[in-house]
Structure formats: C-alpha cells, structure tokens
Design a protein around this ligand. Structure first.
Ligand code: SAM
Length: 277
C-alpha cells in the first residue's frame, strides 16, 4: 500500500494552514527529496524534524533511510502523521508539543541531526537554542526566509552582517545551499525561502555564549556609532576595546567574529575583576 498524496491528506484531515503556527506546507516531492539529500547520510543515528505538519518532508526523510523523531505543536496533524508512522513501522516517533520547550540535543541516539522547514515565527529562537548545544549535533539543515539566511551567512562589512551572523558563524560553519520559490508552498509565503546548513566548528574561538550575546547586542544595537560609544553600556568601553585589540573608532559592521570573541573575553575579565572588588 502506498501513502496517499499530500493534498488528499490535507483535505481529509482538514489541515487548513494556520498563520499563527507559521504553516506553509511543502508539497513538491522533488523539493522534499532534495532537502533530505542535502542533509547527507541519514542511515545512522537520529534525524529530528521540527514541525512535520502533514508530513511531506517527513516522508522524504524516511524514504532516505532515516530514523525520525518529529515534534509538532499542531494536534490536528497527529492522525496524518500516525498514518506515516504505520507505513514505516518503528521508524517514526511523533512528539506532540512545542519545540521551544524541548531539548532536542537529548532526543534519540547519536549522531543527531535536525532537518526542518521551520515555522518562521519561531525559527530564530529555535536556532539560537540549537547553536548553544551545537556539539550535540552532526548538522542542522534548516529552511528560513531568505532574508534571515542572508543574515546568517553574511560577512563583515556587509549590510546583512549582524548579531545573528556572529553567533551562528562563531559556533558553526554556515552554508546557504539553495533557494525555494514561494509557489512551491501551500499557501505561498510572501518571500523566497533558503535552505541553510550548519556544522559544528571544531576551531570556534573561545567565548561565553551569554557574553558574546551581550557584546553583539550592544555593538549592533547602535551599529552606526563607533564602538567606544556603542559599548558604553558594558562599562569601561575604551578599556574593553584596548584589551580586545580593537580600534575604538571602528564600527560593529567591520569587526570579524574573532574580534567579538576577544571583546566577550575582555568583558568576562572585567566582570570577574568587578566581582572581586
Ligand atoms: N514540515 C512541513 C512541510 O514542510 O510542509 C510543515 C512546515 S511549516 C513551515 C511549520 C510547521 O511547524 C507547522 O506544521 C507548524 O504547525 C509547526 N510548528 C509551529 N510552531 C511550532 C513549535 N513551536 N513547535 C513545534 N512545531 C511547531
């Protein structure tokens, strides 16, 4: 017995897309297969999918040999997903709930990877959570709005370079793989989507996640200002910049990842000294 077409599944289970859940379903089998292929060898360990919806990408992952754990917030999708689970006995576990509240790094057997067409409204907080635990994953292969993908992969000196570029590229090698046009989705979103892949960086410069978030928030919060002004909220801006080996007249946009890590280390030192006073 073969699984019914996705359009029929959506109609039969009345899965009308909800905007509040960021639902844009990908029904093109060539594209779901392309995303599964881009995720690499799925035959070992666990493939975690966030937001399977009616299960288009889920089917492609299972077809590619994956053992899948899928987390879906929308209870209306459970019956459609149960049909897929029955078709691939013992290969698909569905967890009903909010992916933001779950620790994906502890699901299933290693090696773990995440593959998802992310709900756009929570894509960035989900990604930041996974970047914190990036060493627990072999890779993340994720679909974002193109504008977010551009920020994730941006280089210093470009308009798109910002907090997200620094945090993502500090923890991972980030690669934009391909774009997908709005018409491939039901309903079509307003913008083009991009598939982006993250692999943990073995050579990530030392820094504390929370402190790197603080320095990038301060620096890019006022990105047109010189760092000696924008970093004032952190304390002795001139001292921090000197310790990090950065020019006080530089602006956030010009500073490479290593420079922000040096600033985060300088801030760690100054907080320790202040606590000891
Ligand atoms: N994977 C399906 C596809 O490619 O057709 C659906 C992708 S759709 C862009 C996003 C999915 O994430 C929806 O099924 C939505 O219900 C689900 N979702 C939204 N917020 C979620 C959350 N916080 N936790 C888990 N799933 C969520």
């Amino acid at each position: 017995m073969t699984l019914p077409p996705l359009k029929e599944v959506i109609a039969r289970h009345d899965l009308r897309a909800k905007k509040s859940l960021g639902q844009n379903f990908l029904l093109d089998l060539n594209l779901t297969a392309k995303i599964a292929r881009a995720a690499g060898d799925l035959s070992r360990g666990t493939t975690i999918e966030i937001g399977p919806g009616p299960g288009g990408l889920t089917r492609a992952l299972l077809e590619a040999g994956a053992q899948v754990i899928a987390i879906e917030k929308d209870a209306r999708c459970q019956d459609a997903l149960a049909e897929i689970a029955a078709h691939y006995p013992g290969r698909l576990e569905v967890i009903g709930g909010d992916a933001l509240a779950l620790d994906a790094a502890s699901l299933g057997e290693a090696p773990r990877r995440i593959v998802a067409n992310l709900p756009y409204n929570v894509a960035t907080p989900l990604l930041i959570g996974w970047l914190r635990r990036i060493d627990a994953f072999e890779s993340l292969t994720l679909m974002f709005q193109r504008e977010v993908a551009e920020r994730l992969t941006a280089s210093p000196g470009t308009h798109a370079y910002g907090r997200l570029s620094v945090i993502a590229q500090w923890r991972a090698q980030v690669k934009r793989l391909f774009d997908i046009a709005p018409r491939a989705f039901t309903p079509p979103p307003k913008v083009v989507s991009s598939v982006v892949q993250f692999r943990p960086r073995a050579d990530a410069p030392e820094a504390e996640f929370a402190l790197l978030e603080r320095v990038t928030a301060a620096a890019f919060g006022q990105r047109r200002k010189m760092l000696r002004a924008s970093l004032k909220s952190l304390g002795d801006a001139a001292g921090l910049l000197a310790e990090a080996g950065l020019e006080p007249t530089a602006r956030a946009e010009e500073i490479p990842i290593e420079g922000f890590c040096a600033l985060a280390r300088a801030l760690a030192g100054s907080l320790t000294r202040r606590a000891g006073d």
